[in-house]
Design a binder for this molecule. Structure first.
Ligand SMILES: [Zn+2]
Length: 406
């Protein structure tokens, strides 16, 4: 274990960072309460608050009504509109460009449909140009902008600067996306995997002071996850912690997966897998109930809601397919519960909005689990509200961690 001291600048950064985080979590506070919360002397708090007011990051509110004796306490709060961050979020066949204030408030957001294996350079150039145009149209001057966050599907290079494998989102491997975004926008860039960025945004915006450990599961086209301890995302020794979507669950004859392997959890339990299997049943002329639900529409227009509706309405083959998907996902999550013992599991994604599916999944997860492992499972209260904030919040999180210093 390395033992290292910290110089004055490091101490200053740590103290300012604690103040920024706590003011974001709790809203306005007096200097006295702030000093109690982050365990610094009142003199130290007066100094750092004074500096951050001078930087424009904090502002003073009205004095608290006092007893009329002595000095009245003045509230201090984060000046959320002091700075802004831009973001690029890249999913499979979909992207967002957006901007957020320091509290995660959305300034603008625009979504794009991309082709599968979108040409990397052309796509990033187009997104950066649009980002620049929207920032200008919204009056965001360059001095106010902290940088660009990139939330990217797939595996990021160890130095966090290139996308090693986007699993079909972009057509190039090891594409140096941070370098390109910096060259195209003239702003510094930070990057994270898209699921981790969503999870970081979930933790930032939920403003829970005691985060403990959490497991965040996101299901859209595929299955992604992320794990945190004390509000910090745990990356794992290879940087791929919580990649449960790619646990091999089918030994022989598994369907091919976006990662290049076959038989991964994602190929059985993701919404994309359920849709693929349901379409196969339809093309074989089976699944009468689903066929009735789909009357007048092509199989390519089928949504996961149609699949759940057919299962709920008594389509035996579709119900079996959904049961298998839920049971396989639940088995993987039970492995997570017994291995990591997280404080809670947070579910994020469209399919968790469906009560039929959600109750099935939760029942499967409780099956055979003793009361000592009854981990709370909750659907994110921010379901579908994070895609337009997560990328920009990567920059804000980084800025807060640096104590609001360059
Ligand atoms: Zn896979």
């Amino acid at each position: 274990m390395p033992f290292e001291g910290d110089n004055m600048m490091g101490v200053k950064r740590t103290n300012r960072s604690a103040a920024l985080h706590i003011l974001h979590e709790c809203g306005s506070m007096s200097r006295k309460r702030l000093s109690e919360s982050i365990k610094l002397t009142p003199a130290a708090i007066t100094k750092i608050v004074g500096e951050m007011i001078a930087d424009g990051l904090l502002s003073e509110g009205s004095p608290l009504p006092g007893s009329g004796v002595g000095r009245r306490e003045v509230m201090v709060e984060l000046n959320a509109r002091a700075r802004a961050a831009l973001g690029i979020f890249i999913n499979l066949r979909q992207a967002f460009v957006s901007a957020v204030w320091l509290d995660g408030g959305v300034i603008f957001s625009e979504s794009f449909t991309l082709p599968e294996r979108a040409p990397a350079e052309e796509t990033v150039r187009m997104l950066c140009e649009r980002l620049g145009a929207l920032a200008a149209a919204n009056g965001l001057e360059k001095e106010k902008l902290l940088g660009v966050g990139v939330a990217m599907r797939g595996v990021i290079s160890p130095d966090g600067r290139a996308v090693h494998n986007s699993f079909g989102a972009l057509d190039e491997r090891d594409y140096p996306i941070c370098e390109r975004v910096e060259a195209l926008t003239g702003l510094p860039c930070v990057m994270s995997n898209n699921v981790r960025a969503l999870f970081a945004a979930q933790m930032f915006l939920s403003r829970e002071p005691e985060l403990g450990s959490q497991f965040f599961l996101r299901c859209e086209a595929g299955i992604g996850a992320s794990f945190s301890i004390g509000g910090r995302i745990w990356l794992g020794s290879s940087g791929q912690c919580a990649e449960i979507g790619h646990i091999p669950v089918v030994r022989r004859g598994g369907k091919s997966c976006s990662c290049g392997k076959s038989g991964c959890l994602e190929t059985v339990a993701s919404p994309g897998a359920m849709l693929r299997d349901a379409r196969e049943l339809l093309s074989d002329g089976r699944s009468e109930v689903l066929r009735r639900i789909m009357r007048g529409r092509g199989a390519e227009d089928m949504t996961i809601e149609d699949v759940f509706e057919a299962a709920r309405s008594g389509d035996a083959e579709i119900a079996a397919l959904v049961d298998r998907a839920a049971a396989t996902l639940a088995a993987a999550l039970k492995g997570v519960i017994y291995t990591l013992d997280p404080g809670k599991i947070v579910l994020y994604g469209r399919m968790f909005e469906n009560p039929y599916y959600l109750s099935k999944l939760i029942a499967e997860m409780r099956e055979g689990v003793d009361s000592g492992h009854n981990v709370p499972i909750e659907k994110s209260r921010l379901n579908h509200k994070l895609e337009d904030r997560a990328a920009g919040l990567l920059v804000v999180g980084d800025f807060f961690d640096r104590g609001g210093l360059a």
